[in-house]
Write a protein that binds this ligand. Structure first.
Ligand SMILES: Nc1ncnc2c1ncn2[C@@H]1O[C@H](COP(=O)(O)OP(=O)(O)OP(=O)(O)O)[C@@H](O)[C@H]1O
Length: 263
């Protein structure tokens, strides 16, 4: 993984360290991490719990400043919150009194996007994510998977070139999670958005990504970057059955076992 500033990168993290200070202690969350993500690339980030994965995404979003090193997004140094990205969290965080479509359109309202363009884009995304027929449903009338689809549509409404996802499917049951993986893969292929995904699921990290970044226990260092050697278009069952899938997931499991000290 290159530590060099690369003007063509969608995301460029260069020698970044993050230290948190509290009255009682100083915590180093991230130590000298460098990562270049190419435009249109899908990169998954895995690592032990509490190692600094969310911190890394917050740096890219400009919600946190590094203690040292620098972060560039689309060629520009990140100095503060960036509004040209999309962010999906583990909880969909929808407004309970607004319909699915109106929750998606919130993004347009916050940005002052024209309503005709926003409406067109919302309808496109609703179709792309299989929400057709549920546009007017309120969040409590939607399943967990559907709520996350709404959150994904909201994050993509303004066509961000970079989408950050922090354990977006962690609260879903296993079957819904698989379906969401398939949908995210399709949406990524259709939109060409650069994606940085934090996940605890090794299978998810491999199925979705071009590369998987394995972090060490806190303070997070990059343990290894694994290139995923799978075809671009990925049928779920066929991908799971491929020998490359098994060897890649086994490799990541070994690395995580090595960093956490468990097999
Ligand atoms: N604002 C903060 N102030 C102090 N410490 C913090 C702050 N944010 C995170 N930390 C600490 O930094 C470390 C990394 O946190 P982070 O949330 O990035 O981990 P993570 O890998 O995303 O965790 P998980 O996998 O459990 O979601 C943790 O030890 C956490 O307690």
């Amino acid at each position: 993984m290159s530590a060099t500033l690369n003007a063509t990168s969608a995301v460029s993290i260069n020698g970044v360290s993050v230290r948190f200070h509290s009255k009682r202690a100083e915590t180093t969350a991230i130590e000298q991490v460098s990562l270049d993500v190419a435009p249109g690339e899908f990169v998954s980030i895995v690592g032990p719990s509490g190692c600094g994965k969310s911190t890394l995404l917050k740096l890219v979003a400009g919600l946190l400043r590094p203690s040292s090193g620098s972060v560039r997004l689309l060629g520009e140094e990140v100095h503060g919150p960036r509004h040209d990205i999309g962010f999906v969290f583990q909880r969909a965080a929808l407004l309970e009194w607004r319909s699915a479509r109106k929750n998606i359109l919130l993004q347009a309202e916050m940005r002052g996007m024209g309503s005709a363009e926003a409406g067109r884009r919302a309808d496109e995304l609703i179709e792309m994510t299989g929400l057709t027929g549920f546009e007017n449903a309120l969040p409590h009338e939607l399943s967990g998977g559907m709520q996350q689809r709404v959150a994904l549509c909201r994050a993509l409404l303004h066509q961000p070139r970079v989408l950050l996802m922090d354990e977006p499917f962690g609260a879903l049951d296993a079957l819904t999670r698989e379906q969401m993986n398939v949908e995210l893969h399709r949406v990524w292929r259709e939109t060409g958005t650069t994606v940085l995904l934090v996940t605890h699921s090794i299978a998810e990290s491999v199925y979705l990504a071009n590369r998987v970044v394995v972090l060490t226990r806190r303070p997070a260092l990059v343990k290894e970057v694994i290139e995923v050697d799978l075809p671009a278009g990925r049928d779920y069952s066929a991908t799971m059955a491929r020998p490359e899938f098994a060897t890649t997931t086994a490799r990541i499991r070994d690395l995580l076992g090595a960093v956490t000290g468990h097999d």
